[in-house]
Design a protein around this ligand. Sequence first.
Ligand SMILES: Cc1cc2nc3c(=O)[nH]c(=O)nc-3n(C[C@H](O)[C@H](O)[C@H](O)COP(=O)(O)O)c2cc1C
Length: 393
Amino acid sequence: MRRTFPARRAPEAQSISELRHLARRRLPGFVFEYVEGGAEDEVTLRRNREAFEGLALVPRALRDVAQVDGRTRLFEEELSLPLVVAPTGGNGLLHSNGDLAIAKAARSLGIPFSQSTASNARIEDIAGLDGLRHWFQLYVFRDRSIVDGIIDRAAAAGVEALILTVDANVFGNREWDRRNYAKPSVPRLSRKLETLRHPRWMRDVLMPGLPSLEVIQDFLPEDKRSLNAATSWSRDQMDPSLSWRDLDRIRGRWKGRLIVKGLLSPEDAVRARDAGADGIVLSNHGGRQLDGAVSPMQTIGKTRDMVGPDMVVLLDGGVRRGSDIAKAVAMGADAVLAGRAILYGLAAGGEAGAAHAIAILKEELLRVLALLGCRSVAELNSGFSPIAARAVT
Ligand SMILES: Cc1cc2nc3c(=O)[nH]c(=O)nc-3n(C[C@H](O)[C@H](O)[C@H](O)COP(=O)(O)O)c2cc1C
């Protein structure tokens, strides 16, 4: 990549790719790989980018774009742009109080924050941020009483939407995971020694003590509360018998908005809608689960056609530019989720870095809309469908 004078600090970064570059320098190798990695040969991880890059935008000329509006509405509330923070576990490994930092950044830029079951913050601590749109992502454990307990806590804390993740109950084959760790959360000696080259990370994350899995902490046996023991415990607890019956059960217990994340087939999207889900996230888990799986950008068109115009359809995987958001919305998504793009910002510069990542995406989206001759997010859906970049029309 041609970059003669790269940014040295997060606020100087011009793009998500530059934030990634800073994150790579700031984080120990095993932590960067945790953020970056996909499953097996990372075909799906690459496909997520290729699906965006393979689409070409067709701008319309002479349309007066002096006023361009990036706002949209999701579940009857306004978003400053069609973007939601994806749930990611272990944010506290990237920066101290990583969840709180991203949540504050999301609040300041007017987009929802999704907190993971594997978060390093308590649900109540995130819920305490006045004015934040707080979504919570649920993993289904073997012990359903724990699942019920987490749902009830999310409800009591006033969480707006529950995201049920359905694509990770069989753990993907992440080879780097086994390569880097002697056992879950215990890096091999050579990886530990490499952290010495990252003194800021050591001061910020390691010295205060590695963060625990705060959401599930109260449900863990006494001897399973360290990060390492809790991570092993939760992997063992992932229940491969997860089925549509669980969705019915959870729909019965959770009275708020329910979003099913991790679908890729349009038929499953219809089934989720018929089971009472308010929304879905088309997702391949950022290429971390089934390698070879399709990218959500390949199934969004058919999914939108099949579920109809009213259901909230979100997608994620590979969002790195404002133009990606525009393409997803033009193809039928209501909004996108971003995982790594925001994590790079967090790792590079804490709350300000995460906010900078969101601001970059927002600024890029507004510029793309103007260059397209499109004045609003709503207009994207009428007449701005991208075409296959290789197609000759
Ligand atoms: C480091 C990392 C941790 C993640 N943890 C979770 C999680 O706890 N729950 C979940 O539903 N998805 C998790 N995901 C998947 C994201 O929610 C999202 O689907 C994915 O990151 C989207 O791809 P992108 O990173 O290219 O934006 C994680 C992804 C990453 C990169």
